[in-house]
Design a binder for this molecule. Sequence first.
Ligand SMILES: [Zn+2]
Length: 235
Amino acid sequence: RQSPVEIRSEEAQHDPALPPWFASYDPGAAKSILNNGRTCRVVFDDTFDRSVLRGGPVQGAYRLRQLHFHWGSSDDHGSEHIIDGVKHAAELHMVHWNPKHGNFAGALKQRDGVAVVGIFLQVGNTPKPELKRILEEIDTVKTKGKEAPFHHFDPSILFPKSRDYWTYEGSFTTPPCEECITWILLREPIVVSPDQMAKLRSLSMNAENEPFCPLVDNWRPPQPLKGRVLRASFK
Ligand SMILES: [Zn+2]
């Protein structure tokens, strides 16, 4: 059950029994933004049920732990999941874990341990202003190992209008690629401007005192479905 996968929308099975999903996020849970050399990540306090995801394909409340991005070196690729042959410029992952497994490390070992909401970023002329807050912090975490405070942020402002989703059982896309994720991939992309994409690509993989190495193309190619069923919440 490795991820990402290529989704052929015609082959996804509409499942009318799939409930809608809900996020209730506490803006006070946002803690910091960091560059770990592989992505840009925003970290949230997950010591109690303060920012949670409910419904959709998962049971109970899953706690938001972090969000991060995958992107390309140009606008024609960068997303991890591919929809009907289309690669988007970037993909946002909002990572939640199931507190019934005690802690995040414990959740990584369970089939129902983690739920990730995946949102595609598409380059266009009417960019989503809500992305501004994260992108304006990019300059402060330019190089690997940099971290800055990031407070009072409700990540639900990043959701598109439609809550329609595809879901399947998969894994993290970075080693060790734990097979613990219920993916919730949103059908409607959000729009980013070419400038905003350039901002993401201005991050670097190197530490401050090392030669410049741009942080781009941090996506994993699609993995075989091996009989897994992709379900759609919509027709
Ligand atoms: Zn990811």
